[in-house]
Design a protein around this ligand. Structure first.
Ligand SMILES: O=C(O)CCC(=O)C(=O)O
Ligand SMILES: [Fe+2]
Length: 200
C-alpha cells in the first residue's frame, strides 16, 4: 500500500497486523530482560516522562552532560542485538542500504509525552529514521525542518510505521499525549515506540 504523506513523512498505517505486533512485543520483552527500561535525565536535570532502552550497537542516552549514543546500557552490559523481526521492517520501508545501528525503545505510560524535537544525534542524515508504534494510540505532532511555525497532528495507532527521511529527515516532531488503555496489545496498557537509526 502507498503510504500517507504528511509534510514528507511517510505514514504506513496498519503496516503490522495483530499477529506481527504480538510477535514483536515478545521479541522486545526478551531485549528488555537484558536491557531494562530506565528513565533518562534531560540535560536540564529533569527526568524524562518516557522510559527507554535500546538494542543494537548503540543506545541513545541522556543525562546532565547531554544527549548521545553509548555502547552500553547504564547497567554496564552491551545492548542486545536488534531483533530480526524489527530489521525486516527497516529493510522493507527504509530505502536505505545501511543497517540500523540503534533501535531505541520508548515506553509511554499514562501521562508520558515527548516534546517537539529533531533527531540529529546521528552522523548520516541521508539515512532515515523509521518509527514503529505498538499499543496505545499517540497524538503525534509534526512541525517543520526548522523550529517554530504551524504544526499538524495525527493519531499513530498500534502497527503504524513512519519513515522520516529525505527532506523530512530533520523535521520537528513529538508526542503530545497517549490515549491510555486504547489498545489491548499490552496487557497493562501503555505504548511502545521503536525508532531505528543509523548512528555513525
Ligand atoms: O514516540 C514516537 O512516536 C516518536 C519518538 C521519537 O520521536 C524519538 O524517539 O525520537
Ligand atoms: Fe524523534
Amino acid at each position: 500500500m502507498t503510504p500517507l504523506l504528511v509534510r514528507g513523512l511517510e505514514i504506513h498505517q496498519g503496516y503490522l497486523d495483530r499477529a506481527s505486533q504480538t510477535a514483536l512485543v515478545g521479541d522486545l520483552r526478551a531485549v528488555l530482560e537484558t536491557a531494562p527500561l530506565f528513565s533518562p535525565d534531560t540535560p536540564y536535570g529533569r527526568k524524562m516522562s518516557v522510559r527507554m532502552s535500546s538494542a543494537g550497537q548503540y543506545g541513545w542516552f541522556s543525562d546532565r552532560s547531554g544527549y548521545r549514543y553509548v555502547p552500553r546500557h547504564p547497567n554496564g552490559t552491551p545492548w542486545p542485538a536488534i531483533p530480526a523481526s524489527v530489521l525486516a521492517i527497516w529493510n522493507d520501508v527504509s530505502g536505505c542500504a545501511r543497517s540500523p545501528e540503534c533501535c531505541l525503545i520508548n515506553w509511554y505510560g499514562e501521562g508520558a509525552r515527548m516534546g517537539l524535537h529533531q533527531d540529529r544525534d546521528e552522523t548520516d542524515f541521508d539515512c532515515p529514521v523509521v518509527s514503529i508504534s505498538l499499543g496505545d494510540e499517540a497524538l503525534f505532532r509534526i512541525g517543520n525542518p526548522t523550529r517554530g511555525g504551524k504544526t499538524e497532528s495525527l493519531w499513530l495507532r498500534s502497527g503504524d510505521v513512519v519513515v522520516m527521511g529525505g527532506s523530512a529527515r530533520l523535521t520537528y516532531h513529538g508526542v503530545d499525549r497517549i490515549r491510555f488503555g486504547s489498545s489491548a496489545l499490552l496487557p497493562r496498557g501503555g505504548r511502545i515506540n521503536l525508532t531505528l537509526r543509523v548512528v555513525s
